[in-house]
Design a protein around this ligand. Structure first.
Ligand code: ATP
Ligand code: MG
Length: 170
């Protein structure tokens, strides 16, 4: 069991140091109450870190990134929103490809390997969640990650990704 709210709070605290040096302020909105998800802390930390790092990197300074965690029914929703360079609409469907980097990012000389989003997608799918991305070039990008909230009667189950679908339990 993992508290997505406190994990996100801790990671953002760490990421703020580097982002403020790049002129980007991270605003954080997480509930005080835990948002328990059945997930591996190290893997979900990679998801949060990859997405927030992208938001900061592609903001190109002097901008705000908003990170939030909310509970939406049976889902925990992590939202990472930036007002950066965005992604050209005609390239959005290529983001799923390995090593794909959008033309505007390449032209601006923003470095990366083009693997981060693939890793995010793989980890979230392995945890029975989903990733949505909306982006407008020159306006900004928002990414939503949905993960199933850990139900009280599931909390004895320690193994996250390999467990049975919650709908089939009990
Ligand atoms: P890596 O994460 O492997 O260091 P990367 O950041 O370039 O490299 P991804 O995180 O996989 O790669 O993202 C793939 C591409 O999608 C990026 O190169 C960029 O073109 C685009 N992209 C991802 N996130 C954003 C964002 N928040 N704003 C604008 N473009 C983005
Ligand atoms: Mg990245």
């Amino acid at each position: 069991e993992l508290d997505l709210a406190s994990l996100t709070r801790d990671l953002v605290t760490d990421l703020r140091v580097a982002s403020s040096q790049q002129g980007v302020e991270i605003r954080l909105g997480v509930p005080a109450a835990p948002v328990p998800v059945m997930a591996d802390a190290g893997q979900i930390a990679r998801v949060v870190t990859n997405l927030v790092s992208n938001a900061v990197k592609f903001s190109q300074g002097a901008s705000e990134v908003a990170v939030s965690v909310v509970r939406d029914g049976d889902d925990a929703v992590l939202t990472v929103e930036d007002h950066g360079i965005g992604i050209p609409s005609e390239e959005l469907d290529q983001l799923g490809s390995r090593f794909y980097r959008a033309s505007n990012a390449v032209h601006l000389g923003i470095t990366g390997t083009g693997l981060g989003l693939r890793i995010v997608q793989a980890i979230v799918e392995n945890h029975h969640g989903s990733v949505d991305l909306r982006s407008v070039q020159g306006v900004g990008t928002t990414v939503w990650v949905r993960l199933p909230v850990l139900q009280p009667d599931e909390s004895h189950r320690a193994d996250a990704a390999d467990s049975t679908d919650p709908a089939e339990v009990g």
